[in-house]
Design a protein around this ligand. Structure first.
Ligand code: BG6
Ligand code: MG
Length: 218
């Protein structure tokens, strides 16, 4: 029986793809490193430092660890400025209705995100204090596809992997959920995932509750 749903944040509950892209693009331009939307796409679900390492693969020079830390900080400062403008209207279609429907049915809801800005984003979209548990980039040492963030969320909920469903838009996140022993619904960019338990283009016009009730019957 599924008793809890762990939602990824960026790309599942809220649309922050453009803000991440703009911040990385500006940093890459300042450092004269080639960067485009295809590279940005490969950063989905990946932690800030691991994302930077991917971007620096195209750099002509080598970066010392201290310089890399400074670059990551610069990107984050740009990103944090951009997310100041987030409002509840930036929630993705179907996210709020699914959360409310699950909660009303007694299913516990949690966030499992690689982002260290999770608290700030949840507050901007009006969801601080809404979830039964939140696990984010500040709680973990291993980024998706490692299962750590979902296991932290699960432990905070007091559930087992079989009782948890993950909702993810990143292939790295789909792999993380499976590695945690959980079932996973792929949405958005993960709608073409071959590994997810089930996929759907968007949460709009899709009822997670109805789907898990069918899963539990099967
Ligand atoms: C994930 C995003 O949710 O969080 C990634 O999909 C991002 O693109 C990662 O790199 C880390 O985010 P932050 O906010 O800690 O830089
Ligand atoms: Mg995501």
């Amino acid at each position: 029986m599924i008793e809890a749903v762990i939602f990824d944040l960026d790309g599942v509950l809220v649309s922050t793809d453009e803000q991440h892209y703009q911040a990385w693009k500006r940093l890459a331009r300042e450092e004269e490193i080639p960067f485009d939307r295809a590279v940005n796409e490969s950063l989905r679900g990946i932690s800030r430092m691991a994302s930077l390492d991917i971007i620096l693969e195209k750099a002509e020079r080598q970066y010392e660890p201290a310089t890399k830390k400074e670059l990551a900080k610069r990107k984050n400062n740009l990103y944090v400025q951009l997310i100041q403008r987030l409002t509840p209207a930036d929630m993705l279609p179907g996210a709020m209705s699914n959360l409310a429907e699950l909660k009303a049915a007694g299913i516990r809801v949690a966030v499992g995100s690689s982002s260290r800005n999770t608290g700030e984003i949840l507050s901007r979209i009006g969801l601080s204090g809404y979830f039964d548990a939140v696990a984010d980039g500040n709680d973990i040492t291993h980024s998706k596809p490692d299962p750590e963030v979902f296991l932290v969320a699960m432990n905070r909920l007091g559930q087992t992997p079989e009782q948890c469903l993950v909702v993810e838009d990143a292939e790295a996140g789909v792999e993380a959920a499976l590695a945690a022993g959980m079932r996973v619904l792929g949405v958005g960019a993960a709608a073409s995932s071959k590994k997810a338990t089930h996929t759907v283009a968007s949460l709009a016009h899709f009822s997670i509750l109805q789907w898990i009730q069918e899963l539990d019957k099967a």
